[in-house]
Design a protein around this ligand. Structure first.
Ligand code: HOZ
Length: 430
């Protein structure tokens, strides 16, 4: 595969951008290669600057549920841009999107738009602290809630991928107010939450973990979490940046029928443009400025292009049968992949829910951070490179999700399965 142009761009990028990338995991370090630079993408096919084409299972890390360049989304962006790209003032589009988001996500009564998932989670914990007058945030090992200071404790995504335990630059005084406990572990959950000395404001959780690879929660764990937070008056925050509008129209909360107090959203609600949002019960949301004293603001928040793109995308996913079709396709894809894996001497564990999945190179079930860390990352790196060489674009880390979109058809998925089979065969020769 000729990757000369990418190589030359990467060497220029390294001179002016740290690590040559604007987000660490893109640098492909953990999979032992350099990043390819993208020229364009359409549907589920992504084309690099050297003209190589790949079937894309990253989907911009989740937002491209319709595939790239969906005509409705592109039209909405272009038509909106003609009238202006940012005003720093309210527009009708943000009201329409807020109504649609509140109508779709069962626990949302009010929502505030921001510019990224990181901003959403950061604002949600500030709100929870302001509302309860308490400080401690409980999170779960391997869950990733963006890169705000409070969350860089045993975090997932690029933090595990690069093997960074925390981050210099995050003051101890801040992380003292974050406690990370094991995912899916009811016993530790109960002892921690019942510890009055901890002064807990909120618990934040990915209701399906997507940033240590996909880990589906025990329903009993999520139920217990809701039960205890209710009983102890602790704010429960679902980080649905990945799962929102992905696992169902109403996200993981609809799928599991467990309602949080606050929800963080991002990715899909911006149709591929930079957006985040946090929302929930009126009683809590009314504490945000200007109604209440908890301050949070943003010049580009509710940006008209992002609102228009999000609206266009949500109108498509709200059509009857959208999620059923995506589920069926993803289910049959993973079932076939599982039978390929079963025939291969390489031990793998396939975790999937809806259209998000991870193939872990390990033999034991992956249910939490500790078991995810047993995966053979070198083997994943080899698989990643082999798949890329045969035209399949996977996440450049073992600890991320693969996404199926509405644009993947039978032929794309068949090709991906064939390439997976041949890659698995070569892995045995390592
Ligand atoms: N897992 C991250 C998003 N949920 C990957 C994106 C990034 O860090 O650039």
């Amino acid at each position: 595969m000729n990757t000369q142009r990418s190589a030359s761009l990467f060497s220029k990028a390294c001179q002016v951008i740290p690590g040559g990338v604007n987000s660490p995991v893109r640098a492909c370090k953990s999979v032992g290669c350099d990043p390819l630079f993208v020229a364009r993408a359409k549907g589920c096919v992504i084309t690099d600057v050297d003209g190589n084409e790949f079937i894309d299972f990253v989907g911009s890390w989740g937002p491209m549920i319709l595939g790239h360049g969906h005509p409705d989304v592109i039209r909405a962006i272009c038509e909106t841009a003609v009238d202006g790209t940012s005003f720093g003032a309210p527009t009708p589009l943000e009201v329409e999107l807020a109504e649609m988001v509140c109508d779709s996500v069962p626990s949302l009564e009010k929502v505030r738009f921001v510019n990224s998932g990181t901003e959403a989670t950061m604002s949600a914990i500030r709100l929870a602290r302001g509302y309860t007058g308490r400080n401690m945030v409980i999170k779960f090992d391997g869950c990733y809630h963006g890169h705000a200071d409070s969350f860089l404790v045993k975090a997932g995504s690029g933090v595990i991928t690069l093997g960074i335990p925390g981050s210099p630059g995050v003051p101890d005084d801040i992380v003292r107010n974050t406690l990370s406990i094991p995912y899916n572990n009811i016993e530790t959950l109960e002892t921690t939450l019942r510890d009055e000395k901890l002064d807990i404001a909120c618990v934040i959780v990915e209701p399906v973990a997507g940033n240590m690879g996909v880990i589906v929660p025990e329903i009993a764990f999520l139920r217990k979490l809701r039960e205890l937070t209710d009983e102890l008056d602790i704010v429960l925050i679902f980080d649905e940046v990945i799962t929102g509008f992905r696992l169902a129209l109403g996200g993981a909360q609809e799928r599991f029928n467990i309602m949080p107090d606050l929800t963080c959203l991002g990715k899909i609600i911006g149709g591929g443009l930079p957006v985040g949002a946090y929302g929930g019960k009126k009683e809590i949301m009314d504490n945000i400025a200007p109604d209440g004293p908890v301050y949070q603001a943003g010049t580009l928040s509710g940006n008209p292009l992002a609102m228009a793109a999000g609206l266009a995308m949500l109108k498509v996913v709200r059509q009857p049968g959208f999620y059923e079709a995506l589920e069926e396709k993803s289910d049959s894809y993973v079932e076939q992949m599982a039978s390929i894996a079963a025939d291969s001497p390489v031990p793998t564990v396939l975790n999937r829910i809806g259209s998000m999945m991870t193939c872990f190179f390990t033999s034991d079930p992956v249910t939490d951070f500790e078991s995810a860390m047993k995966a053979d990352t070198e083997r994943y790196g080899q698989h990643f490179r082999q798949m890329l060489a045969t035209g399949i674009w996977l996440a450049p880390s073992q600890f991320e999700a693969a996404f199926v979109s509405a644009a993947h058809d039978r032929i794309h998925l068949q090709k991906a399965l064939e390439m997976t089979e041949s890659s698995f065969k070569k892995l045995t020769n390592r």
